[in-house]
Write a protein that binds this ligand. Structure first.
Ligand code: NAD
Length: 503
């Protein structure tokens, strides 16, 4: 076993263990770090070494009640705070997080297994960017005047909803938290976040820094399992809205529970996003786009991962071989090491699930499974949850590998010749989160963007969620949009119509 502090850059080496000791076993409720009511905890493992890094609170309905009470008590004062003042406080919170970004990035790398250099630092920068975006949109919480009658004044106002529950997954917890809490808070709601029990500490620390700036109870974070903490939060009678990112199965359960209360829900669920490469595409650019789009540096643990690639038959062999060469240059290793490009997957459960899909690929007649890159050999990483990026070709379109979200470093590549046929194959999915098209012809690109049944369609690039670009899936990928002004207005306010007879 190797001491964690020796793996961390000297500038953060003592601060990270100290921070974990401070956060261990505690929720953020009101403006304090508090032990769970039943004093239950869950171990959080470092996926690179399988060692426990600290225990997270295992929240129950008792903690949910305390957190919702704190948020409910803070709500009237926060809702009455002028919108631009709320925005100013959120902007100040963003500055506090930016100032602590290196320590939070190390904590995130340690608990999630994502590489510090290629993933965690960028995630915090994006999280800060999202807070800054919404802080500046505070004055856009506007209503309209309605031309009803010359002697009647008719207008609409935007009001906050009340206490918002935000339930998070582990894969990009800081970005996903900010996509929910920044618009919710700026619009005047108070929030209870349910952090992922698998990677909670970066979330709690970022929220703690924000809570130092915000009035007590405006932002609370609790942690625990979905069953014991997440569902009681959704079902709490004073929760007025639920915003969730996670799996389709849990999204369905939350939607049903919210239906019983008739409250609004936003759902960001899974994906199986197609990438279509036309014969005129710039091949090197498309290969780089596939490396980025598959989020190989995040072990493919991305809802928008370009996990189904359709390459025109004319460039199929060159594309597959160049992609394998490109992925092989990525260094798999200790997430905390500056030289590492790819860290681990998050849990043994995820690793076993991904390996079962690879075995299914190997069993499939006609399929070829190519592994790229070298697994680390350092003794302290021997129990780490590392996987090689894996390319699978020759699968039938009906294969579970082509239809189900794997959430791991597996990309399935198929060849095509007929444009209508490839569009139909790309759209033949329960999901509709994202899609990309690679061509040098603008007419081809525009035609493809019209036909693709996905909420986030890009041409000749494969970016992640970008602040200010409306983001959200079609079909079973979810309900609602995030990352934009529209997301704040449509999903975190309610519209009131006021009509005043002046005759
Ligand atoms: P998950 O659905 O298992 O868990 C997500 C969160 O929900 C966790 O906090 C969990 O504790 C909680 N939860 C679980 N059961 C619950 C219940 N019955 N009631 C209330 N809360 C419950 O997902 P995960 O494994 O943490 O994350 C991976 C999934 O997230 C993938 O399917 C991925 O596609 C999805 N995801 C989607 C997006 C997007 O923007 N569309 C982004 C990231 C991840």
């Amino acid at each position: 076993m190797i001491n964690v502090a020796t793996r961390i850059n000297p500038a953060s080496a003592s601060a990270v263990p100290q921070l974990l000791t401070r956060l261990a076993g505690r929720h953020l409720i009101g403006d304090a770090l508090v032990r769970p009511a039943l004093d239950l905890t869950l171990d959080v493992l470092d996926p690179a070494t399988a060692q426990v890094i600290a225990s997270a609170p295992a929240g129950t309905s008792e903690d949910v009640a305390l957190a919702v009470d704190a948020a409910d008590k803070a709500y009237p004062g926060w809702a009455e705070t002028p919108a631009r003042e709320r925005g100013r406080l959120v902007a100040e919170a963003a500055r506090r997080i930016a100032a602590a970004s290196e320590i939070i990035a190390n904590v995130l790398a340690l608990e999630s297994g994502k590489a510090l250099r290629t993933e965690c630092r960028g995630e915090i920068a994006t999280a800060v960017d999202i807070l800054t975006l919404y802080a500046g949109l505070a004055s856009e919480l506007k209503g309209e005047t309605l031309p009803f009658h010359p002697s009647v004044l008719s207008f609409t106002t935007r009001e906050p909803l009340g206490v918002v529950a935000a339930i998070l997954p582990w894969n990009v917890p800081l970005v996903l938290m900010m996509l929910k809490i920044a618009p919710a808070l700026v619009a005047g709601n108070t929030v209870v976040v349910k952090a992922s029990e698998e990677a909670p500490f970066a979330t709690i620390e970022a929220a703690r820094l924000m809570a130092d700036v915000l009035p007590a109870g405006v932002l609370n974070v609790i942690c625990g399992t979905g069953r014991d903490c997440g569902m009681p939060l959704v079902e709490h009678p004073r929760v007025a809205k639920v915003t969730f990112t996670g799996s389709q199965a849990v999204g369905e359960a939350i939607y049903q529970a919210a239906a019983r209360k008739i409250i609004p829900v936003s759902l960001e669920l899974g994906g199986k996003s197609p990438m279509i490469i036309y014969p005129d595409a710039e091949l090197a650019q498309a290969v780089a786009g596939a490396v980025a789009g598959m989020r190989f540096t995040r072990q493919g643990q991305s809802c928008t991962a370009a996990s189904r690639i359709y390459v025109h038959a004319r460039c199929f062999d060159a594309f597959v071989s160049n992609l394998r060469d490109a992925v092989a240059t990525l260094k798999i290793g200790d997430p905390l090491d500056e030289a590492t490009d790819i860290g681990t997957v998050v849990s043994q459960r995820q690793k076993a699930k991904i390996e079962a899909y690879i075995a299914e690929g190997e069993r499939t007649p006609g399929a070829t499974v190519l592994r790229a890159g070298t697994l680390p050999s350092a003794a302290h990483l021997k129990d780490g949850l590392f996987l090689q990026p894996t390319i699978i070709t020759g699968l039938p379109d009906a294969s579970p590998l082509m239809r189900e979200e794997i959430f791991g470093p597996i990309v399935c590549i198929q060849s095509w010749e007929d444009e209508d046929d490839v569009m139909a194959r790309a759209n033949d999915s329960d999901f509709g989160l994202a899609a990309t098209v690679w061509t040098r012809d603008l007419r081809t690109a525009l035609k493809a963007t019209r036909h693709l049944d996905a909420g986030y369609v890009q041409v000749n690039q494969n970016l992640t969620i970008q602040p200010n670009l409306s983001y959200g899936g079609f079909k079973k990928s979810g309900l609602g949009k995030e990352a934009s002004l529209e997301a704040m207005l449509e999903h975190f306010t309610r519209k009131k119509t006021v009509v005043i007879d002046m005759r």
